[in-house]
Design a protein. Structure first.
Length: 249
């Protein structure tokens, strides 16, 4: 069973970096000494195994799944059950069973945080989340682009209608700032996250920049010490921890 604070990372549409945010946030919380789980609930479009570069297969004890540990985080994903990147071709009811399976049949142990990487939109998995994990809080991820923010608002409205607390709005790919320069380039426009936060009566808790790729290392979705986004995610984890505890109070 899941324990601790459960936070679903949601978005209205794909392509806004939701899974990357979920993975790096989970790792940043673990760096701060928290016991953290990361559940990939994007059953059709799972990407967490690739983001974390995990190729292990799942093991079980007495019918319970042992989660795979990576970067100090306990991880589960549909991707660990699929061979050769084959597609998942299921109808809706099967999705609910996996939400229940991943929450109840995995040996999570005592957790401080459980981060859920949700599929985009407001479909079956989002509905099943509200049924099986009603205590979940939510983070809304968008980009500055007006279209992305317009769609992201729907995910937030669904959270409110389901009586889930919204921890805040995260603006991903907010701007690009070249190295050794004070100039910021807003490649996808400005203001989208503020519009979402205002509509949902929430706040923007992070604006994550686009980081310039280095020619000296392989491109990765997990940001290491010395990178700009490493510091941004550490700060984001601290803000979320403060907001979660203030909401509990």
């Amino acid at each position: 069973m899941l324990t601790g604070t459960i936070i679903a990372v949601t978005s209205g549409k794909g392509g806004v970096g939701k899974s990357t945010v979920a993975a790096n946030l989970a790792i940043a919380l673990a760096r701060q000494g928290k016991q953290v789980a990361l559940i990939d609930l994007d059953i059709y479009g799972f990407s967490i195994p690739k983001i974390l570069d995990i190729e292990n297969r799942l093991k079980t004890i007495n019918g319970k799944i042992i989660p795979i540990e990576s970067h100090g985080v306990k991880v589960i994903s549909m991707g660990f059950l699929i061979k050769n990147n084959e597609p998942v071709v299921w109808r809706g009811p099967m999705l609910g069973k996996m939400v229940e399976h991943f929450s109840k049949d995995v040996m999570w142990g005592e957790l401080d945080y459980c981060i859920l990487d949700m599929p985009p939109g407001t479909g079956d998995v989002a509905l099943d989340l509200h049924h099986y994990i009603p205590e979940s809080k939510e983070l809304i991820v968008t980009t500055p682009h007006q279209t992305a923010s317009f769609v992201a608002e729907r995910a937030g409205v669904m959270a409110i209608k389901s009586k889930h607390e919204i921890v805040g709005v995260i603006e991903n790919m907010s701007y690009f700032q070249p190295k050794d320069s004070d100039q910021k380039y807003y490649l996808f426009g400005e203001g989208g996250s503020e519009e979402v936060a205002k509509s949902l009566q929430s706040v923007v808790i992070a604006k994550l920049p686009i980081e310039e790729a280095s020619n000296n290392r392989a491109t990765t979705a997990i940001y290491q010490e010395g990178s700009i986004l490493f510091d941004h995610y550490n700060q984001l984890a601290q803000v979320i921890n403060e907001r979660v505890h203030s909401q509990k109070g």
